[in-house]
Design a protein. Sequence first.
Length: 117
Amino acid sequence: MKTVLVVDDALFMRHSIKLALEKNGFRVVGDAANGLEAADKYAELHPDLVTMDITMPDVDGIEGVKLIKQIDPEAKIIMISAMGYESFVMDAIVAGAAGFLVKPFKEEKIVEVLKAI
């Protein structure tokens, strides 16, 4: 069973992602509300996968990806954001994200993408 860290500043979205993943055989081991919390939790929990929002207070998702990649260059991070602009997608990929999903997402799509990684 793959373990996942869910990162989003919206509690509702973290809960929605967690429910979708757990219903489909993933184990959510933690969550965080910004990139700095995500890096701290990643260092503590060492999950197999991370879902990361882009637009968050304090430390955004792009910086969060960079912080996690400093801890573990092999970290598997999927960006999930309402901001589907090409520049955001490119910034996320350059920072080290393995993929990108646009909110609102379908449960099947997030499961498909995470299983493929």
